[in-house]
Design a binder for this molecule. Structure first.
Ligand code: ATP
Length: 809
């Protein structure tokens, strides 16, 4: 026995010394990389100082290039020192390639080995070694010291497998922190070979970096997966950007991770094209906060906007949730019809201060808030010109009193509205129709037969009328510039909404939607409605009130030349509207949850964009999947799709994935679960609430708290407690004092997130929350990377072992 132990110790020691040797090999390389970077910075600084000393020497272009060089080098070193814990993370050792072509990154481009690369006795020489990192670094001879992970030469690092190894013999993941190499893990792609590097047999350390990465504790932010991207994921990340890249995959298959890495890849690959920006649409602010560190860690910031779907409209932010029935009404295509009617109907309410036959006693339209307030418009609560009647227009023109009464005005309004143009843009047309009607009343049209004289007369008539305060005040009240917010406010009046939504929403929906709009704040669905209204209403072609012009400006033409004043509200609105449509690529995460109205909103931001859409229909919390698919297809247009499927679950151990699969079978019979890549041997734990702690509520609170505390003791990272949406607030109270490693989440908030351990509270409650409840439960059950506890309440009908009815075999 003692001899065997001695032998084992000797083997371990030998392995350790090989490992240490390999670590020191990589350390030397990393040192070289840092030396080279420092050199580059010095070079750049020297160039800059030199240029500064010599003043105007060099063309402005060359000087700018030097500045840019210094700037870039500075950023690199700063990042390397401060941000990148593992700047250098990979290495591949390659056989001789089929041809001797080199790519722009200095590496050979051949994917397959040359014919004689492997000798008959199965030995081969390593012809090329490449190190892979977050950014590329060349040595002074332009040979690659580090290849950017997004460069073509780095692709074999991700794509090579033992089944299809290409030129790769050994794939190494290097673990480093700052300037120090901590460890290495190797995968052999051609285990049958004896490969020689500088005459020495290629050593192999450890067994796989992926498992090491997956087993790590989770923190409050997502990590990048750049060192362990898997082949099927790499295909998506590097898919050509044309048209639509459409990715489906079950929970934990890396869809979010892949989407983020794809954004970085696209920027690397064609920075100029994506200067128009990449928009990543995420379902919740929690997921935005969880994922927003990934891109900076990949060396990309600035060009990419990660926004929650409730934050897509500038100046408005979703902070409230809608009950499922309300969400269903607000998110569906039916709402589009309601909004179109509301936008037109809201005109009839007139502006504040107006008094007309159609104006109801309460629920006056509110103007004057910061989102979409009529640009340049007068946002006073009441018109300073006093109350204005919108049921009759009286003006004096050519010395005659002219009048249009309610019937005529209504006909004019309907005629103006008969076009499909945005309501605010129809105002000039309505104005013209009013003038036409007044002109007809004046009888002046018959005075001249000569067309030129008649036209002149008409134009002076128009001027005469339009310069009258009574006319402008009437127009402002009768055809106010509507803002999305004002129309939404108007819809909060149940009677009005009832008129606009007749035969579109049922009476219960009308009541609930109106009530929800009376709350202080917006939901994600309201945001999509605001955006839709913005497009239905349109931004008027010119401000109603212009800055008073200095007559001198006219004379001198200065008005055009002077870069005057601050940006006005009007300009701001226009600029924001512009910005909203200018993304060059749009990535939609958790696309299965995007409602038809939200697809319209997102679609407007990528009308000329290419798209990446990732999602999992089995996790959809939206009840009408077909309607959402139709809306998605409309948003993406006829662009061709390139479809990908991700099949491996990297998050959940098989024990948790197997349990979730039971719910999947109920939620979407026949759909396949992704294959879990690892197992921990720890089964999910079932706990039924015990009634020893008072009433059902107290008992539940007590049990959940106890289980959360237990899990905190078992894992190093985070614990998530997932409850039905209406229990969110009380659940947060249950956990008071347990520290910030544990959080309470409503079922819909858990989307996309992950924790070391989760407590799922009352599966039945979550499943019964909405028509999509089973799919939401499926989401809740797939959030844990290590441990899962199910706490059931009475409604779950747990058996003797605490297993709820829903989760029994
Ligand atoms: N190749 C990989 N190497 C290491 N970790 C990975 C890899 N792929 C995915 N992961 C990890 O697996 C977890 C799940 O990834 P991600 O959240 O992107 O999955 P998802 O498909 O978006 O899941 P869901 O649909 O449940 O939101 C994350 O922790 C991610 O870092």
């Amino acid at each position: 026995m003692a001899a065997q132990a001695q032998q084992e110790t000797a083997v371990d020691a030998a392995a350790d010394s090989v490992r240490d040797r390999e670590i020191s090999v990589e350390q030397k390389h990393l040192d070289r990389v840092y030396r080279r970077l420092e050199e580059k910075i010095h070079e750049a600084e020297f160039l800059m100082n030199d240029a500064a000393k010599r003043g105007q020497v060099g063309t402005p272009g060359a000087l700018a290039e030097r500045d840019a060089q210094v700037f870039r080098a500075g950023i690199h070193l700063n990042r390397l020192n401060n941000e990148f814990e593992d700047f250098l993370f990979g290495r591949i050792d390659l056989l001789l390639g089929k041809d001797g072509q080199k790519g722009p990154d200095g590496a050979y481009t051949a994917v397959e080995p040359a014919e004689g690369a492997v000798r008959d006795d199965n030995t081969a020489d390593i012809a090329e070694t490449l190190h892979i990192g977050r950014i590329g670094v060349l040595d002074s001879e332009y040979a690659p010291l580090v290849i950017d992970w997004r460069a073509p030469a780095a692709a074999p690092f991700y794509r090579s497998t033992p089944v299809d190894p290409g030129r790769v013999v050994r794939r190494r993941v290097i673990r480093s922190k700052g300037r120090k190499v901590l460890g290495v893990e190797d995968d052999l792609m051609r285990p049958e070979l004896t490969a020689l590097l500088d005459g020495q047999e290629l050593p192999v350390i450890g067994d796989g970096a992926l498992m090491a990465a997956l087993g790590q504790a989770r923190g409050h932010t997502m990590r990048d997966i750049v060192a362990s991207i898997q082949a099927e994921q790499d295909l998506v990340i590097r898919a050509p950007a044309a048209s639509v890249t459409y990715v489906e995959g079950g929970p934990g298959t890396g869809k979010t991770a892949v989407a983020l890495h794809r954004a970085a890849y696209l920027l690397y690959q064609d920075r100029r094209r994506y200067a128009g920006g990449i928009l990543i649409v995420s379902p919740t602010p929690l997921l935005v906060a969880y994922t927003e560190g990934v891109l900076p860690s990949l060396g990309e910031e600035g060009q990419v906007a990660i926004r929650a779907i409730g934050s897509l409209v500038d100046g408005a932010e979703a902070t409230l949730y809608d009950a499922p029935a309300v969400a269903r009404a607000k998110g569906s295509y039916r709402m589009l019809k309601v909004l179109r009617k509301a936008a037109r109907g809201a005109l009839e309410q007139g502006r504040p201060g107006a008094s007309g036959s159609s104006r109801p006693a309460s629920g006056q339209l509110s103007f004057g808030d910061d989102f979409g307030d009529g640009p340049g418009g007068d946002s006073a609560e009441t018109d300073p010109r006093g109350p204005v009647s919108t049921s009759r227009l009286r003006v004096v023109a050519f010395g005659r009193r002219l009048e249009l009464e309610a019937d005529a005005l209504e006909r004019i309004r309907q005629s103006a509205l008969s076009g499909t143009a945005p309501v605010n843009l129809l105002r000039p047309r309505a104005r013209k129709l009013l003038l036409d009607a007044l002109w007809a009343r004046s009888g002046a049209g018959t005075r001249h037969t000569d067309p030129e004289l008649a036209a002149e007369l008409r134009s002076s008539f128009d001027e005469d009328v339009a310069s009258e305060d009574a006319f402008t005040a009437f127009l402002d009240a009768w055809w106010p510039e509507l803002t999305p917010r004002a129309v939404l406010d108007a819809m909060a009046d149940e009677r009005r909404l009832g008129r606009w939504a007749r035969r579109i929403l049922n009476p219960g929906e009308i009541r609930r939607v109106a009530r929800s709009l009376r709350r202080d704040g917006y939901s994600v669905h309201d945001i999509a409605m605001l955006d839709e209204l913005q497009s239905i209403l349109g931004v008027p072609a010119r401000p109603r009130k212009r800055r008073e012009l200095d007559p001198l400006d006219h004379l001198t033409g200065l008005e055009e030349l002077m870069p005057t004043r601050e940006e006005s509200q009007w300009e701001r609105a226009e600029r924001l509207a512009q910005e909203r449509t200018e993304y060059a690529h749009v990535i939609v995460d958790e696309a299965q949850d995007v409602t038809p109205m939200q697809w319209r909103m997102v679609g407007r931001r990528g009308r000329h964009a290419t798209w990446t859409v990732v999602g999992d229909p089995a996790q959809s919390s939206w009840s009408d999947v077909d309607e959402a698919a139709e809306a998605r297809d409309e948003a993406l247009g006829t662009r061709p799709r390139r479809r990908f499927q991700l099949t491996v679950n990297y998050r959940n151990p098989s024990e948790i994935a197997d349990l979730a699969a039971k719910v999947l079978a109920l939620a979407m019979p026949g759909s396949e679960s992704p294959r879990a890549v690892r197992s921990t041997g720890v089964q999910p734990r079932f706990v039924a609430t015990r009634h020893e702690h008072g009433g059902a509520r107290e008992s539940l609170a007590h049990t959940v708290r106890e289980e959360a505390a237990r899990l905190l003791g078992l894992v190093d990272g985070t614990v998530g407690v997932v409850v039905a949406m209406n229990r969110r607030e009380e659940a947060a109270r249950w956990l008071t004092g347990l520290g910030d490693r544990v959080v309470a989440l409503g079922s819909l908030e858990a989307k996309g997130l992950e924790y070391d351990a989760t407590v799922v509270v009352s599966p039945a409650e979550i499943a019964d929350e909405s028509p999509a409840g089973l799919r939401v439960l499926y989401v809740a059950l797939t959030r844990a990377t290590q441990q899962l506890t199910i706490v059931s309440a009475e409604r779950d009908e747990p058996d003797a072992s605490g297993v709820p009815d829903l989760l029994r075999d």
